[in-house]
Design a protein around this ligand. Structure first.
Ligand SMILES: Nc1ncnc2c1ncn2[C@@H]1O[C@H](COP(=O)(O)OP(=O)(O)OP(=O)(O)O)[C@@H](O)[C@H]1O
Ligand SMILES: [Mg+2]
Length: 236
C-alpha cells in the first residue's frame, strides 16, 4: 500500500492503530444497516399481527430474525467498546462509592439468582474515569454471577496497598480449570454460550489505562478472585 499516512503532516498511526480505526469504521458500516433491519422487522411484526393475528408461526420466525440481529449488534457494540475505547476522562472519585453504586445496580439480579452480593470497601480516593471503571467492575461482577450455578456469594473487598487501592472481587462459583487459566484474557475467549469473550480483556484494558493492574486467580470447583489495583490519589 502506498502513502499510508495519518493525515498530512500528522503523526503516522502505528499498524495496530490503523487496523483499529479501519475495523471501527467497518463496524459502524455494519451497525447502520443492522438497525434498519431491526426497525423494519419490528414494523413487519406489527403489520403481520394486524393482518394475520392468528398466525403465530410467522411471528415466531420474525422474532428469531429479530434476536439474531440483536445478537449481531451486541457483538459489534462489544467490539467497538474494546477496540475503540475513548480517552479517559478522570474525575476525583471515591472507589468505595463507585463500588457501592455498582452493587446497588446489580443487587436485584443477584437476589433473583439467590446470590449474596456485598462490599466491604473503605474510603479509597482516586482520580478515575468513573463510567469506564464501572464498566470494568460490571464485567467482573457479571462473570462472578455467571460462575455461580446455585446460590453463593460474591464479595468486593477493598484495601490500601502502598500508593494503590486494591479491590478483590471474590466469588465461590465454579472456578476455571487450570488448563484454561492463561486463555481467559484472550479477546473472544469465552466458555459460555452467550458470552462474547470481551469482558475480561476489556476490564483489564480499562484498569491498565488507569495505570493499574488486574489479575485473576481461580481454582476449579472453589471459586475465583480478581484483584484490581489502581493508583490512589496522591497524598490521599
Ligand atoms: N469469575 C469467574 N468464574 C469462572 N469463570 C470465569 C470468571 N470470569 C471469567 N471466567 C471465564 O472466562 C471466560 C472469559 O470471560 P469474559 O468476561 O472475557 O467473557 P464472557 O464472560 O464469556 O463474555 P462477555 O463478553 O459477555 O463478558 C468466561 O467465559 C468464563 O469461562
Ligand atoms: Mg464476561
Amino acid at each position: 500500500m502506498s502513502g499510508e499516512s495519518g493525515g498530512a503532516g500528522g503523526p503516522r498511526p502505528s499498524g495496530l492503530e490503523f487496523l483499529g480505526r479501519l475495523a471501527g469504521g467497518l463496524v459502524h458500516e455494519i451497525k447502520n444497516p443492522l438497525s434498519t433491519l431491526r426497525i423494519n422487522l419490528t414494523l413487519l411484526k406489527e403489520d403481520l399481527a394486524a393482518a394475520h393475528p392468528e398466525d403465530r408461526g410467522l411471528r415466531k420466525r420474525i422474532e428469531v430474525l429479530e434476536s439474531e440481529v440483536q445478537r449481531l449488534d451486541a457483538v459489534l457494540s462489544d467490539f467497538l467498546r474494546y477496540a475503540g475505547m475513548r480517552r479517559l476522562e478522570r474525575q476525583p472519585c471515591d472507589l468505595r462509592v463507585l463500588v457501592q453504586e455498582m452493587i446497588e445496580f446489580l443487587a436485584p439480579g443477584f437476589r433473583r439468582d439467590g446470590i449474596e452480593l456485598r462490599a466491604d470497601v473503605p474510603s479509597l480516593p482516586a482520580d478515575v474515569d468513573g463510567a469506564l471503571l464501572k464498566r470494568a467492575l460490571l464485567n467482573l461482577l457479571l462473570n462472578a454471577q455467571q460462575a455461580i450455578e446455585r446460590g453463593g456469594q460474591v464479595v468486593v473487598e477493598g484495601s490500601r496497598e502502598g500508593g494503590f487501592a486494591r479491590l478483590d472481587v471474590r466469588d465461590d462459583g465454579k472456578g476455571i480449570p487450570e488448563s484454561e487459566l492463561e486463555r481467559v484474557f484472550n479477546v473472544y475467549y469465552s466458555r459460555s454460550k452467550a458470552g462474547s469473550g470481551l469482558g475480561l480483556p476489556t476490564a483489564r484494558r480499562i484498569v491498565e489505562e488507569h495505570g493499574g493492574t488486574l489479575e485473576l486467580r481461580s481454582r476449579e470447583g472453589e471459586g475465583t478472585v480478581v484483584t484490581v489495583r489502581l493508583p490512589l490519589r496522591e497524598g490521599a
